[in-house]
Design a protein around this ligand. Structure first.
Ligand SMILES: [Mg+2]
Length: 112
């Protein structure tokens, strides 16, 4: 992952999330139960949504001048952070995200 022009697909993303989950478990240790990890990941997702919000505000030049540092790369990075963090949280909660997305896409498509 990472090289410009590399193809991204959902399986590859989920493989990365599984690997990252293992690496994070090694880094932060195994909690006696999953509750702490789930709560930490929920807080982390909120943090990443905040960072994305900041980039969107910068992109739209809706921040104070001294705060604006619009950078297309940073905007893209923050979208990626939100998606990866969301998938890590779903994994901790044993949510089958592929099934969840398939079901939701079906529901949305049926609206039209
Ligand atoms: Mg971030």
């Amino acid at each position: 992952m990472g090289r410009k022009g590399d193809k991204m697909n959902f399986e590859k993303l989920l493989d990365f999330v599984n690997l990252e989950d293992k690496r994070l478990r090694n880094l932060y240790g195994n909690y006696p139960d999953e509750e702490k990890r789930i709560l930490a990941r929920m807080v982390k997702l909120t943090e990443e949504v905040g960072e994305l919000s900041e980039e969107v505000l910068s992109h739209l030049k809706l921040q104070r001048k001294e705060k604006i540092q619009s950078n297309k790369n940073e905007l893209s990075n923050e979208f990626a952070d939100v998606i990866i963090t969301t998938l890590l949280l779903a994994k901790s909660l044993r949510v089958d995200i592929k099934e969840a997305l398939n079901d939701k896409i079906k529901i949305i498509n049926e609206r039209y």
